[in-house]
Design a binder for this molecule. Structure first.
Ligand SMILES: C[S@@+](CC[C@H](N)C(=O)[O-])C[C@H]1O[C@@H](n2cnc3c(N)ncnc32)[C@H](O)[C@@H]1O
Length: 236
């Protein structure tokens, strides 16, 4: 049987805004952007779709939401239907996007890049963004150098592929085709604990998923002050 993952836990417990800072940070991040109704926004790794729904309601822009996980896709669709939102949802891989070049004004990716092979995903994202388009990303960021043993502990719980320092992130964005990277640290670090805004649990919850949730909580505690996050605003 397939081993259950951190992403399965979020999907089946139906956790919304499953990224550091939660929906409060998402709203703050967009508050300083100019989002117009004629804009096209791609939500990569949309999860259960809370951010897409927020953007569609608040800015009336065209939103396309993608994710690789079937349960996330099903829950996002359900959310949009219930709210009568015209958001296109596509099951797709962030490393190989089913879109032509330079069509999006914005890409939003909240706690997604770390789960992908970023040497594949980031150039793809730059490819589909219009010239001067922007990637807004909230990503796990090491506050200081972690040992290989510590990294392995984090990889094992989250199934992430990399843990980078702020400067390393910047290098990857620039190498992938972005011309400018603006990095912000959330001053209210307590929000790091926020992972749930609203739940839409699956009809059957494997008890092992609660062990993964506990491992996540323990890890946040253990690495408090050493494993943080940043907002990366990357301009093409
Ligand atoms: C931590 S969750 C965050 C979900 C959502 N952005 C949020 O803030 O609630 C990471 C999401 O990225 C998706 N994901 C991971 N790797 C992906 C890939 N290669 N292609 C598409 N989606 C991916 C997962 O399925 C999951 O929904």
């Amino acid at each position: 049987m397939k081993k259950l993952t951190y992403t399965d836990m979020i999907a089946h417990l139906g956790i919304s805004s499953a990224h550091p800072g939660g929906s409060a940070l998402t709203k703050n991040m967009f508050a300083t952007e100019t989002i117009l109704p004629e804009m096209k926004i791609l939500d990569i790794g949309c999860g259960t779709g809370q951010t897409s729904a927020y953007l569609a309601k608040k800015y009336k822009a065209e939103i396309i939401a993608i994710d690789a996980h079937s349960t996330m896709i099903a829950k996002a669709k359900k959310r949009f239907e219930k709210a009568d939102l015209d958001i296109k949802v596509i099951k797709a891989n962030a490393e190989k996007l089913p879109f032509t070049d330079e069509i999006f004004d914005y890409i939003i990716a909240e706690s997604v890049i770390v789960f992908t092979n970023l040497t594949l995903s980031l150039p793809e994202w730059a490819r589909v963004l219009k010239k001067s388009g922007k990637l807004l990303s909230i990503e796990m960021t090491a506050e200081d150098v972690l040992t290989n043993e510590e990294k392995k502990e984090i990889f094992d719980v989250y199934g992430v592929k990399k843990i980078l320092l702020e400067e390393e992130w910047k290098e990857h964005f620039l190498k992938a085709g972005f011309s400018k990277v603006i990095i912000e640290k959330d001053n209210e670090q307590s929000k790091q604990q926020v992972i749930a805004d609203k739940n839409d649990p699956s009809s059957y919850i494997d008890p092992k998923l609660f062990e993964i949730l506990q491992a996540h909580t323990d890890l946040l505690q253990k690495f408090q002050g050493r494993l943080g996050y940043r907002i990366y605003r990357c301009i093409k």
